[in-house]
Design a binder for this molecule. Structure first.
Ligand code: ADP
Ligand code: 5GP
Length: 215
């Protein structure tokens, strides 16, 4: 058992072309780690059959979204596939206050904005094994109209161009392997020395060893 008191919170940006497997990876990680939390975004997209308001997204009308925007409640927002999506500042503040890992499933525009605003966020780009497999996964999901599927596939190649701008790239061929790799990246991100420079993460003996002041 570790004698460290706790791990520091971390913002983790996860992006990929739609249908690659971001949601599946996040779900597995959330089940495995109780100190991980999902950044519930606001969106004007209508809910899918299995989606719950306040769990998968905050499903808003255009007017509601605009009202939050006017009140400066978003850390970032973007227009994606004809709808608006945004990360609420309140999600970030709450997670970091509680030293949680916050998983932000956002598109590449959102990914770039979060990295710019929160310099020590870790960004991970997930790639599918091939375009054929991406197509298969998108179609298998049966959650989008044919028009939405086409839009999402057409956008995939443009989104893929962003991979170099992310800190890490993970191939989602085998889901279990991909989850493990993302898990390892997050563990390493949490252990960066500049994140562990507060006495609140260490017990007395280590505070002394590291020359820190305890809290
Ligand atoms: P995203 O959130 O990136 O849009 P999802 O997590 O919804 O993608 O995954 C899209 C579909 O692909 C889902 O039906 C999911 O079960 C499936 N899927 C995810 N990862 C894999 C994988 N490694 N192998 C096969 N199917 C996968
Ligand atoms: P979906 O409709 O499949 O749930 O999501 C469509 C796209 O919107 C995905 O690329 C997803 O990552 C992105 N997305 C979800 N929430 C946000 C958000 O808060 N901000 C941004 N910029 N993109 C988001």
């Amino acid at each position: 058992m570790s004698s460290r008191k706790k791990d520091p919170g971390l913002i983790v940006v996860i992006s990929s072309p739609s249908g690659t497997g971001k949601t599946s990876i996040c779900r597995e990680l959330l089940e495995k780690h109780h100190d991980f939390t999902f950044s519930v975004s606001a969106t004007t997209r209508p809910p899918r059959k299995n989606e719950k308001n306040g769990v998968d997204y905050y499903f808003l009308t255009d007017e509601e979204f605009s009202r939050l925007l006017k009140k400066n409640e978003f850390a970032e927002w973007a227009g994606v596939f004809g709808f608006r999506y945004g990360t609420l500042k309140s999600e970030i503040v709450r997670a970091l206050k509680d030293d949680r890992v916050l998983l932000c499933d956002v598109d590449v525009q959102g990914g770039m904005s979060i990295k710019k605003r929160y310099k020590d966020a870790v960004s991970i780009f997930i790639i599918p094994p091939s375009l054929t497999e991406l197509k298969r996964r998108l179609f298998k999901r049966r959650t989008e109209s044919p028009r939405q599927k086409k839009l999402r596939l057409d956008t995939a190649l443009k989104e893929l161009e962003y991979w170099k701008r992310y800190d890490y790239v993970v191939l989602n061929d085998n889901l279990k392997v991909a989850v493990n790799e993302v898990d390892m990246i997050i563990a390493a991100g949490r252990m960066k020395s500049d994140r562990l420079n507060s006495g609140r993460y260490w017990s007395g003996a280590q505070v002394k060893l590291l020359g820190l002041r305890g809290t």
